[in-house]
Design a protein. Structure first.
Length: 363
């Protein structure tokens, strides 16, 4: 089921690694490339050693199941099958929407602070990962609807890369959604993109949770602001504070001892709003040079011996950077201001970081 695209700028196509618009692949074409050798690989492992792995999740609160597991599937497709982000996101969400009924859940469960009902997902997650090829086969057999790359996904051309480095495991996570419409068809703002990098330490629980749940919180805030009374900056603020609150609950209940820094950005055609925590930073690039609008840093000890759990929160404080500490035995958190760029109609930008202003020409 193909959809018609408007003509795209050649530079955008080059950035996507395609020669022309006709060569852009659909969901099923990407799935075919990712899984064409799946049967051959499965046969080769039948006579090999049996590898047992500890499940990524054993028990998950009902209000977190959908995002946790959809993100787990998407990560597998991106890191193992090398699929584009948009394919991984839509595959993960469709797959979990179908399989979540096995847990007795018909839909996403809302977050309620005083309710923490969990479900046993230890065996379910294993079956889920093993069932990915079967779900891919349904797409290839046209038993499930095919889709093309949404045009809104191209409104903010983006590239990303992730490397493990010298550590034993990858503790960093990211989210890259040039539009929310792909994962949230009911979104009130298909013109808004959301991006974030989460630098985890002493484990990947907090960074994974943040990357998996930020988009849901942000989309919920946008839907509640359908009349446009809240700016993009305020929407980002609200969603990150809500995410931080949910993360608090999960950390306390599950005794997580990991942490994460963060830098996130929400963008539309008029505004870019940044939020950050810890020593993660954001930069603005012009077409001619790098505009180093680096955020003020809060030092973070990334050593594995650090048992401090850093949590995510931002607040607007009259253009001043404020640092707060809250000691609860094993955790503390700090707040910082939003960094925002407003694009004017003349295509010039006025940037501020704290109380310092600078004018930038956008070419």
């Amino acid at each position: 089921m193909a959809t018609q695209h408007e003509e795209l700028d050649p530079s955008v196509l080059r950035g996507l690694g395609v020669a022309n618009q006709a060569s852009m692949k659909s969901l099923s074409e990407h799935v075919y490339e990712a899984f064409e050798d799946e049967e051959e690989l499965a046969d080769s492992f039948q006579t090999g050693a049996v590898i047992r792995q500890r499940p990524q999740f054993t028990r998950i609160p009902k209000h977190d199941v959908f995002e946790d597991v959809a993100f787990m599937v998407a990560e597998h497709l991106i890191n193992v099958k090398m699929t584009p982000n948009w394919v991984a996101y839509i595959f993960g969400n469709r797959y979990i929407s179908q399989e979540i009924k096995q847990l007795g859940l018909d839909e996403k469960q809302p977050f309620v602070e005083d309710i923490y009902d969990t479900v046993d997902t230890s065996s379910w997650c294993k079956k889920l990962m093993n069932g990915i090829p079967s779900f891919a086969e349904k797409i290839l057999k046209k038993e499930l609807p095919d889709t093309d790359l949404p045009r809104e996904w191209l409104q903010f051309p983006v590239s990303n890369d992730s490397r493990k480095g010298k550590r034993k495991s990858q503790e960093d996570r990211y989210i890259s959604m040039p539009t929310l419409k792909l994962v949230f068809p009911d979104t009130s703002r298909s013109d808004v993109g959301l991006f974030g990098v989460f630098d985890g330490h002493n484990g990947a629980e907090c960074s994974t949770y943040s990357a998996a749940h930020l988009a849901t919180e942000f989309n919920d805030v946008l839907k509640q602001n359908a009349e446009g009374k809240r700016s993009l900056e305020e929407s980002l603020q609200t969603s990150v504070v809500r995410l931080e609150h949910r993360l608090f609950v999960r950390c306390d209940k599950e005794q997580w001892r990991s942490g994460s820094t963060a830098v996130v950005m929400a963008v539309d055609n008029d505004e870019m709003s940044f939020a950050w925590l810890g020593d993660s930073a954001a930069f603005i690039l012009k077409s001619s040079s790098l505009c180093q609008r680096q955020v003020d840093k809060i030092p973070v000890d990334h050593s594995t011996s650090n048992k401090v759990c850093w949590r995510l929160a931002i607040s607007q404080l009259s253009g001043r950077l404020r640092s707060e500490r809250s000691r609860t035995g094993r955790s503390r958190w700090r707040t910082t201001v939003v960094y925002r760029r407003r694009i004017e109609s003349q295509r010039s930008a006025k940037c501020y970081q704290g109380s310092r202003y600078a004018d930038l020409e956008i070419n």
